[in-house]
Design a protein around this ligand. Structure first.
Ligand SMILES: [Zn+2]
Length: 388
């Protein structure tokens, strides 16, 4: 990765954006402080300092980015948002979402890179095990019911949903999405952006979509009872509905819908599958070594002795981090008759989880341990993402 930038400000800004694209970064942060002007990239979900730029150039760099994003260069006291469209060296079109924020020592600029070309929309690349992948595939090809994906922001829910839609997309079906924001354009799929300020909410768009002869609907997020109600009704009347919730694991997604005020029997008869997911960083294959981690961590994760642990030592290919790329940990809860029965009897969360485990569900934690013992990720990543 290029970490030194020179030439005119225009050239330097181009070089920075190009370097971020080549490094596979999702965000670029340009941060003025009292004595330095820091450049950081977010790579595989974690911020990394790339270099310090010339402090004297901060205003020129900010102005250049504002011009590219068609923002007001004279306005320095208020935050602004814009977009830049560029063509990268490799030829792909890239959208950058630009946001400025006045801070104590000048405006901080963050650029989110939306690279439609590199988003690999295949279910194989997500990190499912073979068994889970075939279960997931079989459910998304059914014509009705609800499939939920749950996890915190940044856990890869959108990529999983997009990959599912991409797989079932064909000219025979009408697929419509409601999103806030639309992150990537999907060919052949009708994507609608929420605009709360003109009353174009999830629920209002959903009502309109149901008059548009839909087969498959993706509701970006279920945030309230009204949206949940209409989405469930759609799933029960011959539509396949995908959506997301913010819960920690698969079992609690079901309880969340009931807490929102849904009738338990409606939840049990509409929801067919819940996936909880997290992203963990993969060990860099170029500098991978085996080692022994601190014993307290082994104890906390309730591991037995005798594992071989791996980590990345850090090399030029991984920018010294020891990690390259990410993989998903997936917890897949199938709503079979036994679990549907529990839900409709309003069983509590732990009951549903226990029943899921007895029917073969592997928890996020177990999936993490599995990937760790295969040498795909580290004990630290599993600990960070799955210890509650
Ligand atoms: Zn490495």
């Amino acid at each position: 990765m290029q970490t030194q930038f020179s030439g005119s400000v225009i050239t330097q800004v181009d070089q920075i954006i190009q370097a971020a694209i080549e490094a596979g970064a999702s965000d670029i942060h340009l941060e003025p402080f009292e004595k330095k002007y820091r450049l950081r990239f977010r790579i595989d979900g974690v911020l990394q300092e790339i270099t310090e730029l010339q402090l004297s150039q901060k205003d020129a760099v900010t102005s250049r980015l504002k011009i590219m994003a068609e923002l007001d260069i004279a306005e320095k006291r208020r935050p602004q948002d814009g977009r830049i469209k560029i063509r990268a060296k490799q030829g792909q079109d890239i959208d950058l979402r630009v946001s400025t924020l006045p801070t104590q020592y000048g405006e901080k600029v963050v650029l989110r890179i939306l690279d439609k070309g590199t988003l690999e929309l295949s279910l194989e690349s997500l990190g499912f095990s073979n068994d889970e992948l075939s279960a997931f595939r079989s459910e998304i090809h059914k014509p009705y019911g609800m499939i939920l994906v749950t996890g915190p922001t940044g856990s890869g829910k959108t990529t999983t949903l997009y990959s599912a839609l991409n797989e079932i997309n064909s000219e025979q079906v009408n697929i419509t999405t409601i999103e806030d924001p639309i992150e990537y354009n999907l060919e052949g799929i009708n994507q609608t952006q929420v605009h709360e300020e003109i009353d174009l909410s999830f629920v209002n768009i959903l009502r309109s979509i149901l008059r548009q002869d839909p087969n498959i609907i993706m509701v970006g997020e279920i945030r309230d009872k009204e949206t949940a109600e209409i989405a469930i009704r759609a799933a029960l009347t011959g539509h396949l509905v995908f959506s997301t919730l913010h819960t920690n694991d698969a079992s609690s997604a079901v309880s969340r819908l009931v807490e929102m005020g849904m009738e338990p029997f409606l939840v049990s008869s509409s929801v067919r599958m819940v996936i909880a997911q997290r992203l963990v960083r993969k060990i860099c294959q170029n500098c991978k070594i085996s080692y022994t981690p601190v014993s307290s961590m082994i104890k906390d994760l309730e591991l037995e002795e005798g594992f071989t642990f791996y980590k990345g030592k850090g090399c030029e290919k991984c920018n010294g981090t020891g990690y390259k790329g990410r993989t998903a940990l997936i917890e897949l809860l199938m709503i079979d008759d036994g679990i549907a029965d529990k839900i409709s009897k309003n069983a509590d969360y732990s009951d549903i989880k226990a029943k899921g485990i007895s029917s073969g569900m592997k928890t996020l934690h177990e999936m993490g341990i599995e990937k760790m013992t295969k040498g795909l990720t580290t004990i630290e990543e599993v600990y960070r993402e799955t210890s509650l």
